[in-house]
Design a protein around this ligand. Structure first.
Ligand code: ADP
Ligand code: MG
Length: 213
């Protein structure tokens, strides 16, 4: 049995065409089914649905043989024990710093003020501001980051941006791009050895179906 860990939403949706190219069709729709284990048209391949941030953990400890996870999640997790053979170029976005439209970020940086930053991505944020030599107080959040500057919880957020419409709707402006993000295929290293005969062709087929840049 090969177990593939995916998160619901855009990663699931955007992984489907890559699986199709490998001859795999998921037989149930996660939005209408309550099942967390989804069968595929191949009896020996199944999909497990986990939180996006849990994908690396499932794959690291062998709860899944492989999975799809955002670069954001992989950096925060550390990626230990994971083989990362493919950038799938799906779920593309960027990690950015955003502030309320009336907050003068450049000035705060120039003045050397301490900046309060709310984020789910404390590892990436800490590294980014340390590299810039900017003093920050990091506030860990688990969602709705956009709310933090609006309520006075923080001066800035570090979050994922794609079109920028969520920022705009909340009177926030992007002031710095930290890195480009896309999702990657991650594989359990032991599984890659033990199940190589099944995994290698699957990885190759997925690789051939990646959208070009
Ligand atoms: P959750 O809400 O559980 O954090 P999401 O579906 O929002 O999960 O995000 C899962 C992954 O999809 C993220 O780790 C990131 O790599 C990617 N992602 C998140 N937001 C966007 C976006 N706006 N555009 C493209 N990819 C995104
Ligand atoms: Mg989200």
């Amino acid at each position: 049995m090969i177990t593939l860990a995916l998160s619901k939403g855009r990663i699931f949706e955007e992984t489907l065409p890559l699986l199709a190219a490998a001859g795999i069709q998921v037989l149930e729709d996660p939005d209408s089914s309550r099942k967390l284990i989804l069968p595929t048209n191949q009896a020996e391949v199944r999909v497990v649905l986990v939180r996006a941030t849990d994908v690396p953990t499932y794959v690291e400890y062998g709860g899944a043989d492989l999975g799809v996870a955002g670069r954001d999640v992989l950096i925060e997790h550390g990626g230990q024990g994971l083989y990362q053979p493919l950038d799938l170029r799906i779920a593309q976005c960027r990690m950015s710093v955003a502030v309320r439209d009336d907050f003068d970020y450049e000035n705060a940086v120039r003045q050397g003020s301490r900046i309060r930053v709310a984020t789910k991505y404390t590892g990436i944020a800490r590294q980014h501001f340390a590299d810039k030599g900017v003093h920050v107080d990091l506030i860990k959040l688990y969602g709705s980051m956009e709310l933090a500057p609006l309520t006075g919880l923080a001066d800035a957020i570090v979050d994922l941006v794609s079109t920028g419409s969520t920022l705009k709707a909340n009177r926030l402006v992007e002031v710095e791009r930290i890195m480009d993000i896309s999702s990657r295929l991650v594989v359990n290293q032991a599984a890659l050895k033990l199940k190589r005969e099944a995994l290698k062709p699957l990885i190759d087929a997925i690789g051939s179906a990646i959208p070009s840049a």
